[in-house]
Structures are given as C-alpha cells and as structure tokens.
Ligand binder design. Structure first.
Ligand SMILES: Cc1cc2nc3c(=O)[nH]c(=O)nc-3n(C[C@H](O)[C@H](O)[C@H](O)COP(=O)(O)OP(=O)(O)OC[C@H]3O[C@@H](n4cnc5c(N)ncnc54)[C@H](O)[C@@H]3O)c2cc1C
Length: 474
C-alpha cells in the first residue's frame, strides 16, 4: 500500500511537490480551488484575446542553470513551449528620447552613458556591481554544488551592501530622470537593491526569458506531467481545514498520511487549521510581512503592433486605482499570437499596496465603475503613445488584488512578498512536523516562481525522508 499524500493547492509549488512525491512512490491527490492549474501564475481569455497574468520573465530559462534542470524535471518546459529572450528587455518611451536595456550589458551601459554623459561614472559603478552577479543563480538544494557557490562568491561579497539599501536609494545617484526611471522599472523600487542587481544581471547573463504559451502552458505541462506519473488533481475543490489525519472538503474528511499546504502561508496560518497557528514564525509573519500587490490591466486591440517593443516603460504619471506612479510598464504580445489574426494583446501592471483601496470600493458599491475608470485611463494613455490603436480597443479586463484573493485566496490579494532593505522575509518552515509540510510563496527566498518550484521540491524531499522513501527527481 502506498502512503496517501494530499496537496492543498495546484499552483506552481503544489504541482512541483506533487510531481516529485508521486514519482518517489506516494499516492498523491492535489486539491485545487480553481478550475485550472497554476494558481496566480495563469492566463485567461476574453473575446479571443489571451491575457498573461503571471510570468513576465522566468528565472531558470538559461539552459546551464540549476533551476533550468528543475523546470525540466517537473515538465514545465517542453518542446511545446520553447523559451525566447526578448531583446531589448525594456524600452523607455515618454522621456526626452528613447533608451533601452539590451541583453548585452556593455551595449546598455554605452547607450545609457551616451544619453546622459553626466552619469557615466555612476553608471559604470552600478554595472561593476552587476558584473559581480555574472555567475549568480538561485541555488537549488541537492543540485547546486560547491563549485557553483564558489563562482557566486563575488556576488555574495557585495550582497550585504545591496541588501542594506532600497532600489530607489541605490539608483538615486543617477541624475538623469529617464535613465533612473528605466532602471527603476526592473523591479518594484521599494525592494532592496539586491533584488535589482539579481534581476537585471539575469537578463545580461542569458537568463529570464519568456516561455511561449506563457504561464498557462507551463502550468498545463506540469499538471500533465503529474497526471502521467499517476497522480490525481481535483479542480474546483476547496479544502476547508487541514486536520489530524487529512483534510476537510465539503464537510467530509479525506484521509491522508501526509498533507502539503501550498496555499499562501499567510492565509493558511489564520484560516486553514482548526485553530490559527501561533508558533513564533507565524506570529512574526503576521507582524512583519510586506505583501507584493498589483493591479493588472489587459487590453485587446484590433491592430498589429509587431513593430513596437515587447516591453515598454511609459514615463507617464498614473494616479488611479489606489496607485500614484511616475511610470508604468506595458507588455506587447503581438509576437505571441495571443489574439485574433492582425490584432494584439497588451497588458499593464500597477504595483502598490492597493488592497484596502479596492476593498473600500467593493464595500461602497463602486468597484466595477472604478475598474472601468482605470481601464479607460490606461486606454487613453496608450492611444496617445501608440496612435495605431485609437478607436480600436476590442476588449479590456482589470484584475485587482481582490481578484487574486477571490480566485487563489492569497493574503490581501498578493502574489509574493516584497523584500525591503535590512530585513529578512518571514517564511514558514517547509517541514512543520512529520506528515505536515509547507511550500509556496512565503516559505523560501525571495519571491516569484523560483521559490515556488524550489520549495515544492524541498517539501517533497522532506516528505520522502520522513517516510523512508528515496527522493526521485526523474
Ligand atoms: C501579474 C503577475 C506577474 C508575475 N510575474 C512573475 C514573473 O515575471 N516572474 C516570477 O518569477 N514570478 C512572477 N509572478 C509571481 C508568481 O507567479 C507567484 O509568486 C507564484 O506563481 C506563486 O506560486 P505558489 O504556488 O507559491 O502560490 P499560488 O499560485 O498562490 O498557489 C496556491 C494555490 O492554492 C490554491 N488554493 C488556495 N486556497 C485553497 C484551498 N483552500 N483549497 C484548495 N486550493 C486552494 C490556489 O487557488 C492556488 O492555485 C507574478 C505574479 C503575478 C500575479
């Protein structure tokens, strides 16, 4: 008889844990609240236009990276979704001229220095820091070896300095506002400068591409891998409570020898157990957590925007939907065929702690009107920047933090944690006790897809260890 494992949640971390546990000899059932796999890493269709609401860049895209091996192991990357590497990575529009971040660091440095000669020295020092990250990668337990850590040593040496300051502070030495804006667009600037250096250097190091077919194809590939290994997924099935000996669904006990919780840990500690968890780490998490929230605006236009860059940083102030931002990023999916022939899907993200703002709108009955107002404002700005789309908007959709909360029950509708200067993100332990494990966001450093897949793998390894089974990665 195989031991029965129930995984709560079929997001990236839940699918990962399920694949490894099933391969290692457990009988695994994934229970997922939504109708599709992938959790917050997902795409959805409106009137023939597909909106990418998840991955914008995938760490572990580079074939020689340890994380790439993990994405391959879990079947996320297959022949049906080759990764491509957009170049330029970002193009700034709406400034006094046009500047770009290219895949080539030297070319980027040269272009930015020529645009703002007064910033040449500062830019050179920032790019010197970035070079230290040449061999930096997300370490994977059991895969990353001593030699990899040695190669990461230069980056490790400057980590404390970058961790101590925010991205805004780190880039404040740059005088030219256009150059500063372009670089600030790489990661939400409240985070520490370490996240900036890691992310920007990943583009220069041949990482952080985009898998064709996006988040949904990646998640469907993983779900398919899990089912082919013999596992079962039940969609539209929300777990009410995790109890001794299993989980409660629809008032009934589903028995299991072990449970892996991959629901946002901040939600889980308050809602998913018979009593809220009061361990030290859970209390710290309640007190110290800083959530990453965003408002997503998707737009379908009857125009082919193949001649526009894939990612544009629009230096146009945006004040609505609870945010007040000096710029925002627009993704152009013309090359991805996420739309009818000759048309294009666009999307824009507005990061900020807007959960309370939208919740108040929901309570006073103005939620739908406010969503429409945000969409119309974005459309107005885009029509000015991209004249071809004037009067050609076929469809729009807005997802707020309330949307993410409604679908995936993430805390305050967030999708990961922000990582501020001089702080550590507060994580749940991957092993709570024999038979109960956590994976997913807020269980590993730092945020996004890498901790989701890495923590899912760790949870499965710990499970195997506790039950005396050999962990099988293939
Ligand atoms: C707009 C956007 C852009 C992003 N861009 C990137 C990017 O470019 N790169 C990157 O690395 N990351 C990105 N991310 C972040 C990344 O997608 C997430 O951090 C990651 O997918 C989290 O995965 P997870 O498995 O930890 O959590 P989730 O996706 O939250 O998975 C948890 C699952 O549990 C389910 N669930 C919840 N409650 C229950 C219950 N009671 N019973 C059963 N099931 C339940 C949920 O429906 C969900 O499927 C982005 C996220 C968003 C929203």
């Amino acid at each position: 008889m195989k031991e029965k494992v129930i995984i709560v949640g079929g997001g990236i971390s839940g699918l990962t844990a399920g694949i490894y546990a099933q391969r290692s000899g457990f009988d695994v059932l994934i229970l997922e609240k939504c109708a599709t796999p992938g959790g917050v890493s997902t795409c959805w269709k409106r009137k023939g236009y597909m909106f990418e609401g998840g991955v914008h860049w995938l760490n572990g895209s580079g074939e020689d990276l340890d994380l790439h091996k993990v994405w391959k192991e879990v079947g996320a990357l297959q022949d049906n979704n080759p990764v491509y590497f957009k170049d330029p990575v970002y193009v700034l529009k709406g400034g006094k001229g046009e500047i770009s971040i290219h895949r080539d660091a030297a070319r980027t440095l040269e272009e930015l220095s020529a645009y703002s000669p007064g910033d040449k020295r500062v830019l050179r020092s920032i790019f010197r820091d970035l070079r230290m990250f040449r061999y930096f990668q997300s370490p994977v337990e059991g895969v990353t070896g001593i030699w990899d850590y040695i190669r990461m040593f230069p980056a490790i040496c400057i980590t404390p300095r970058l961790w101590m300051q925010s991205i805004t502070h780190y880039l404040s030495r740059i005088k030219d506002p256009d150059v500063r804006t372009l670089l600030e667009a790489v990661v939400a600037p409240v985070n520490n400068a370490l996240t900036f250096a890691y992310t920007l250097s990943s583009f220069f190091n041949g990482d952080s591409g985009y898998p064709s077919g996006g988040s949904l194809r990646m998640a469907l590939n993983m779900a398919d891998t899990f089912v082919k290994a013999g596992g079962e997924i039940r969609y539209n099935t929300a777990v009410e409570k995790v109890v001794d000996g299993g989980v409660i669904v629809g008032g009934d006990l589903l028995k299991a020898d072990a449970v892996i919780v991959t629901v946002d840990a901040r939600t889980a500690i308050d809602k998913l157990f018979e009593k809220p968890l009061e361990d030290g780490w859970a209390r710290r998490m309640r007190k110290l957590l800083v959530t990453s929230q965003t408002v997503f605006v998707g737009i379908g236009v009857e125009a082919d925007l193949n001649n526009y860059p894939k990612s544009m940083v629009l230096k146009v102030p945006f004040k609505d939907g609870g945010v007040d931002l000096p710029f925002f990023i627009v993704s152009n999916y013309a090359r991805d065929h996420y739309s009818p022939e000759g048309c294009t899907t666009l999307s824009a993200l507005f990061p900020g702690y807007t959960y309370g703002w939208w919740k108040a709108a929901k309570e006073d009955g103005s939620y739908e009107a406010k969503k429409e107002a945000v969409a119309q404002k974005v459309i107005g700005i885009l029509e000015e920047q991209i004249p071809e789309i004037k009067g050609k908007v076929a469809v729009w959709d807005v997802a707020t933090p309330l949307t993410y909360q409604r679908y995936c029950d993430t805390f305050d509708g967030s999708y990961m944690s922000d990582w501020l200067p001089r702080t550590f993100t507060t994580n749940a332990p991957n092993r709570y006790r024999k038979g109960l494990y956590f994976a997913g966001q807020r269980t590993a450093y730092s945020g996004g897809l890498p901790p989701a897949v890495i923590s899912g793998r760790i949870a499965a390894r710990l499970l195997c260890k506790d039950f005396g089974l050999k962990f099988k990665n293939q």
